[in-house]
Ligand binder design. Structure first.
Ligand code: ZN
Length: 278
């Protein structure tokens, strides 16, 4: 039995399996889409990763991740750009729907606006290569608790403003975990759809309490996010692509049997994540 509309971001089972094992497990469970991280691709080699995707007939809903542009020196900024160019080539080889950009935080300064300019400059420096490779670039706004170290782009509105300033081909990855709280979210999701900038939709839940800033994301249904309402906004905006489960969970889901994790992902996806029309 297949599970249409569901993708598994392979970070969700990164402690249990390597990329091939995880992809084969997804297929075993009827899941037809995945999103690997670059370190997972590296671990088995790009050629093997491409074979896995091709042999199993999987859709790749995104490659995680490019970005991390701000840096203290011109050399380091160039190194970041070079690394992003390689990420674009990998995304192309994997036929990924997009390269997800986690854009980076402060480069050892207190100048967050300066960091945001470095992000914009960085994306502008790679956009031609991305276009040539037919790889879509998706800015993923991250919750503001990551503004210093992971992403100085923190709201969907801000991500859309930046995408708009760079060019019509730049899009966004909309992750429930990062933007569920954003004032005016419905308007921004509608805007993203209207501008054809929704390239990916990630899901998981926000736990109360959250015990770790990075590694305590919740399974859908275990937290406070209205996932069905969120999906309704996404579909109303014209995006009908897969929902990609992305859970980093050092104390819980990474300690469980991988097949159990996938089984529960499917159950929760089917019972809680279909768009509620109201
Ligand atoms: Zn995400």
């Amino acid at each position: 039995m297949s599970v249409p509309g569901l993708s598994i971001n392979l970070a969700t089972v990164r402690k249990q399996w390597n990329m091939r094992e995880a992809a084969e497990a997804c297929v075993r469970h009827g899941i037809t889409a995945i999103a690997p991280w670059r370190d997972q691709v590296d671990a088995i080699g790009l050629d093997e990763a491409v074979r896995v995707v091709r042999d199993l007939g999987l859709q790749v809903t995104g490659l995680c991740r490019g970005g991390m542009f701000p840096a203290a020196t011109a050399e380091l900024r160039q190194a970041a750009i070079d690394d992003n160019l390689r990420a674009i080539d990998e995304a192309h080889a994997l036929n990924a729907d997009c390269l997800v950009l986690v854009v980076g935080g402060l480069p050892g300064t207190r100048d967050i606006e300066g960091a945001r300019m470095m992000v914009q400059d960085g994306i502008e420096a790679i956009r031609a290569h991305a276009a040539q490779a037919a790889v879509k670039l998706a800015i993923e706004p991250l919750h503001p608790m990551y503004a210093a170290d992971r992403s100085c782009v923190n709201t969907l509105q801000q991500a859309l403003d930046m995408a708009g300033a760079i060019g019509p081909e730049i899009g966004v990855a909309i992750d429930t975990y990062h933007v569920w709280w954003e004032p005016g979210l419905a308007d921004q999701i509608a805007r993203a759809g209207h501008e054809n900038r929704i390239f990916a939709h990630h899901i998981c839940d926000w736990l109360v309490p959250t015990r770790d800033l990075l590694l305590d994301r919740g399974m859908m249904g275990d937290g406070v996010i209205d996932l069905a309402g969120f999906r309704a906004m996404i579909e109303k905006a014209g995006y009908h692509g897969p929902q990609e489960v992305e859970i980093f969970s050092a104390q819980d889901w990474w300690t469980r049997d991988g097949d159990e994790v996938l089984r529960i992902c499917i159950e929760r996806f089917q019972s809680l994540c279909a768009a509620r029309q109201d």
